[in-house]
Design a protein around this ligand. Structure first.
Ligand SMILES: Nc1ncnc2c1ncn2[C@@H]1O[C@H](COP(=O)(O)OP(=O)(O)OP(=O)(O)O)[C@@H](O)[C@H]1O
Length: 310
């Protein structure tokens, strides 16, 4: 768990992060969203002490981060930045292995870990391991950046606009990958983005930041239903609110007994995906199945619309 207490950063008398207190629970993903210059990156970098706080403190699993030696702090906290920061003259494998190498892991253990990470990120080690960054696509380079951050099995992962440079389709894929990986690893993640859709899709919690403060720190559902300030409401947007709400909840939350024709929808799909499928195929109910294709029941258009109006 990460706790920040009255965390503050001042540059030349100008306060850019202003007494922010929050708790990022173990194994959760918190998305910090806000406008440019609101202090998101500065806040993130105070967690791994790339930026030294002016006042306030950071606790990692109850331990004051200022008392943890900087090297072990950074090795225990993975960090992914926009542009990935890969060393251009190093292969993908060497880039991924940089922290284990610093930690003095034996070569064969590093090689095994690199292979494991490439496979977890759905990259073929035989094809990718020996490539240099300029021989990788944007999506591949992004995944190498994530693999590198995860190499030494950190408990905490900080991500600063990790998908900012990707085009929309690959970005969606990268977001799905992150969701899958974090389920697998249980890492505590704090992710900075200026995209509210991304925050709503990925976050267990969302912190909306403005002028160095958190205007609201809440679940995605509460951010949509009960924005604390006009700024938060503005970021969510009035018109898309019901669809955004539907995007947060799985089909399983409205599944009921019954019969329906045609292609089924997965129980874990979102209600907005189910509604889109109904509109596209002209149906008012869909069969619901689990991941193994087992029939579980149905979901109806009326139920989805009622949920969207709540
Ligand atoms: N080293 C520094 N010296 C002086 N001012 C700085 C420094 N780093 C950041 N700032 C200022 O602090 C403010 C917050 O910057 P920060 O990068 O944290 O914002 P951000 O919310 O991450 O913005 P963006 O989304 O544009 O990256 C900005 O006004 C920035 O100019």
């Amino acid at each position: 768990m990460i706790e920040i207490e009255a965390l503050t950063k001042t540059y030349d008398g100008r306060t850019v992060v202003d007494k922010v207190s929050a708790r990022f629970a173990k194994g959760t993903l918190t998305a910090i969203v806000g406008s440019s210059g609101s202090g998101k990156t500065t806040l993130l970098r105070m967690i791994n002490r790339l930026v030294e706080p002016t006042s306030g403190r950071v606790l990692i699993d109850g331990q004051d981060a200022s008392r943890i030696p900087e090297t072990s702090l950074r090795q225990g906290i993975g960090y992914v930045i926009q542009g990935y920061g890969l060393f251009p003259h190093w292969t993908a494998a060497r880039n991924i292995g940089v922290v284990p190498t610093l930690l003095g892991w034996p070569k064969d253990r590093i090689a095994a870990r690199v292979t494991e990470l490439l496979q977890m990120l759905q990259l073929d080690p035989a094809e990718i391991a020996d490539r240099y960054p300029h021989q990788l696509s944007g999506g591949q380079a992004q995944r190498i950046g994530v693999a590198r951050a995860l190499a030494a099995r950190p408990d905490v992962l900080l991500m600063d606009e990790p998908f900012g440079a990707l085009d929309p389709l690959i970005r969606r894929q990268a977001q799905r990958d992150l969701t899958r990986i974090r389920r697998q690893l249980g890492t505590t993640i704090v992710l900075v983005t200026h995209d509210m859709n991304e925050a709503l899709y990925l976050g267990d919690a969302i912190a909306v930041m403005r002028d160095g403060r958190f205007e609201q720190f809440d679940t995605p559902d509460r951010i949509i239903r009960a924005p604390a300030t006009p700024f938060v409401a503005d970021l969510v947007g009035e018109t898309g609110r019901s669809l955004r709400l539907l995007a947060l909840h799985p089909v399983g939350s409205l599944s009921r007994a019954g019969e329906a024709e045609g292609e089924p929808v997965d129980v874990a799909a979102s209600l907005s995906d189910a509604l889109a499928e109904m509109i596209w195929t002209g149906r008012d109910r869909l069969p619901v199945t689990d991941a193994q294709g087992q029939r579980l029941g149905i979901v109806t258009r009326d139920d989805i619309l009622a949920r969207g109006r709540e």
